[in-house]
Design a protein around this ligand. Structure first.
Ligand code: AQP
Length: 327
């Protein structure tokens, strides 16, 4: 059994990109691996969050984990901030991370560009992410394509620590899906679909109502042609919609092309909307049940308790190897 760990930031409403690129795979992996999935609230505050919204979004992500099919009997679900060792190992690894490495991170460049005041936490985010993963001796990290660079830094930090202080950390492998690793914005296919995009029309939220989903897909940018063709280079907008369709159905991009040959974009978009609605309706219904049941509190308490047992041991070993006087 491999150890699997991943997380999602409660920095807005979860999108179809988060689901297709990450959550869907979390659910599949719980069947055969030792899985932990976190709501990474300490990461969310690397950009300003309104307290009431952060609290609501954190609970919403936890409920969506369960609603999407994560089973607390099979996977450990917890809030990152409930396990203090994340912050502690995060600091220890920050001291071993080079400025040049952090400066190269494209997520930092994207999120800081054009902003006047940028929090230092946004810059050191990858060191905390490395701590999240290394705390649990993780083998596999299911993530979307956008997190690949952070995973590479995590691997470098694990290797650096092991070399300097002796074999301590498992060097993790990223697990990036073949289809849907990078779901793009509905209004601009050069940008990834993102929950913090101020334009709600750019993403499909997992909790959007069927009518909102239909409207957003009918307004999604396409091109001036009329051929439903999977060609990311020359038809990025239509290819993105085909990739979403493929991820929501059992059809390959080629089968989707064949189905809509000669029909233009209208019928394709209409059916795509129904595919997305059908995917999300049961998740939304289960979400309402989970929120109403009050079961989240217990799930998160148990999850944090399980996580702490492993995390505390790792931090103790790390501190001992680094030369701290242990308490
Ligand atoms: N557009 C996407 N396509 C495929 N996968 C995606 N992921 C995010 N966006 C897409 C994957 O979802 C997981 C959780 O991401 P995160 O919440 O940690 O932060 P993120 O990657 O920065 O995602 P967002 O939605 O863009 O959040 P904000 O707007 O807050 O920055 C990760 O596995 C990610 O790869």
């Amino acid at each position: 059994m491999k150890r699997v760990l991943s997380g999602i930031q409660p920095s807005g409403q979860l999108t179809l990109g988060n689901y297709i690129g990450a959550m869907k795979h979390f659910v599949a992996m719980q069947e055969e691996h030792d899985c932990s999935f976190m709501i990474v609230d300490l990461h969310a505050i690397t950009v300003p969050q309104e307290p009431a919204a952060l609290r609501e979004q954190s609970e919403s992500v936890a409920a969506l984990f369960v609603a999407a099919g994560l089973d607390p009997a099979k996977a450990n679900i917890f809030m990152q901030s409930h396990v203090r060792e994340h912050a502690e190992l995060g600091w220890l690894l920050t001291t071993m991370t080079y400025m040049g490495e952090l400066e190269r991170m494209t997520q930092f460049k994207d999120k800081s560009s054009g902003k006047e005041s940028v929090g230092a936490g946004l810059f050191t985010y990858p060191s905390l992410m490395a701590a999240d993963i290394l705390l649990y001796q993780t083998d596999l990290v299911p993530v979307g394509e956008d997190q690949k660079q952070h995973l590479e830094l995590t691997r470098d930090l694990a290797g650096r620590f092991n070399q300097r202080y002796g074999e301590t950390f498992t060097v993790p492998q990223p697990l990036i899906p073949k289809v849907g690793a990078r779901v793009m914005s509905l209004d601009d296919a050069s940008k990834k679909m993102s929950k913090s995009n101020p334009n709600a029309g750019s993403y499909i939220a997992l909790l959007d109502s069927p009518d909102v989903i239909r409207k957003k897909i009918s307004r999604a940018v396409t091109d001036s042609g009329r051929e439903v063709k999977f060609d990311p280079q020359n038809k990025p907008e239509v290819s993105n919609l085909i990739a979403i369709y493929s991820a929501c159905s059992a059809l390959t991009p080629q089968e989707i092309e064949a189905r809509y040959e000669g029909q233009g974009y209208g019928p394709f978009k209409k059916d795509l909307a129904e595919q997305v609605v059908a995917l999300l309706e049961p998740i939304q219904a289960r979400y309402q049940e989970v929120r109403a049941s009050g079961e989240l509190r217990r799930i998160l308490a148990d999850g944090a308790e399980n996580a702490r047992q492993v995390a505390a041991q790792t931090v103790r070993t790390v501190k001992e190897r680094m030369g701290f006087v242990l308490d």
